[in-house]
Ligand binder design. Structure first.
Ligand SMILES: [Zn+2]
Length: 345
């Protein structure tokens, strides 16, 4: 039978052309006081990689040069959670990764438990602290503890076939191209510019950028060395970064917390879509889902129907949205066996 309609699942939710997440390492008070109002203005949610051992306390000296900063407490964390922010574990103590005798059960498992208690949410992601030296030891523990993925430190533009256990994350700035040729932590360059001309539709199309920063403030505490600005920025620069992201893609941007993207991706990869024609102007699309962890709680998928029909109704409702290649696009919650009735109009 000639098929006059085909359906696939969009790589990103709402068939977005670009996905952007911004992450704040450590979980310091400035995220609430300085960053949160800027995020509200741009309609972009934030994500904090939280060190769980110091909630409501001042930072200890070990393993950092961000001396004297204060961590969010549980009330402040809940305030942000209630406004759509999410939290990953950034270890319990931020122990230097080269130290002998590191207790990874404490850093990986206990921190998940503590953060779930503090946020009231499932904590699905762990974020490497310091560097990636312990990755081979952390990943098996993280899988067993029920995490769904890892935020790493790497080239920050991920394709839709990214590895959930190796999500690229970095701060981009003046010389992203130079960094690609010679990767190093010198990618931290956003102290003076936002994304100085780096983000274009051409180089971001189809990608997920996971941006990385730390403290957002006008001044850092006096004991913090000047070099720490390499991974922190001022509120004005954060504002410019978020404005630039919005400007490049407008409504075709998916401003997402990392969990949104990981859940969508795991759901998409487990989904199979079948279409059966029921005559020239009617078809049924069936979704089968493979095994998925319970922690994958966001269960919306975006579908694209390619057809020569002039218009389409899904389950009786007309679909207005079209993708760039003319497919009809709709987003809906799915379970194993979900069916959509597609009709020509
Ligand atoms: Zn850190």
């Amino acid at each position: 039978m000639p098929r006059d309609i085909e359906v696939d699942v969009a790589p990103w939710k709402n068939d977005a052309q670009f996905v952007y997440s911004v992450t704040y390492d450590e979980g310091t008070l400035d995220a609430l006081v300085n960053s949160y109002p800027i995020h509200e203005e741009h309609g972009i949610p934030g994500h904090i990689c939280q060190v769980t051992g110091f909630l409501g306390k001042q930072r200890l000296d070990r393993g950092t040069n961000l001396f004297d900063v204060f961590y969010l407490n549980e009330d402040q964390i809940r305030f942000l959670v209630d406004r759509g922010w999410t939290f990953s574990s950034h270890s319990h103590t931020h122990v230097p990764t080269g130290q002998e005798g590191i207790d990874l059960d404490l850093e990986v498992r206990l921190s998940k438990y503590e953060l779930e208690r503090a946020t009231g949410l499932s904590v699905d992601i762990i974020t490497y602290w310091g560097n990636t030296a312990l990755k081979d030891q952390i990943i098996p523990i993280a899988r067993e503890a029920g995490y769904l993925g890892v935020l790493s430190i790497d080239y920050p533009l991920n394709s839709s076939d990214f590895d959930v256990w190796d999500i690229g994350r970095g701060t981009i700035g003046r010389d992203l191209d130079g960094w690609v040729d010679n990767p190093s932590t010198a990618i931290y360059r956003h102290t003076k510019d936002a994304f100085p001309g780096h983000l274009t539709q051409e180089n971001t199309r189809g990608k997920w950028l996971v941006d990385l920063t730390h403290v957002i403030a006008e001044r850092l505490p006096p004991r913090v060395p000047e070099s720490a600005w390499n991974r922190c920025c001022t509120p004005d620069i954060l504002n410019a970064r978020l404005a630039e992201v919005r400007a490049v893609w407008g409504d075709e941007l998916w401003a997402a917390v990392p969990e949104d993207v990981v859940h969508y991706t795991l759901l998409r990869r487990s989904a199979e879509v079948g279409v059966e024609s029921r005559g020239p102007d009617r078809a049924v699309c069936t979704v089968s889902l493979g095994e998925l962890p319970n922690a994958v709680s966001r269960r919306d998928l975006t579908f694209r129907a390619a057809t020569n029909w002039d218009g389409i109704k899904i389950d009786g409702g007309a679909v207005e949205t079209r993708s760039s290649n003319g497919s009809f696009v709709w987003t809906a919650p799915v379970a194993d066996g979900t069916e959509f009735v597609l009709e020509a109009i």
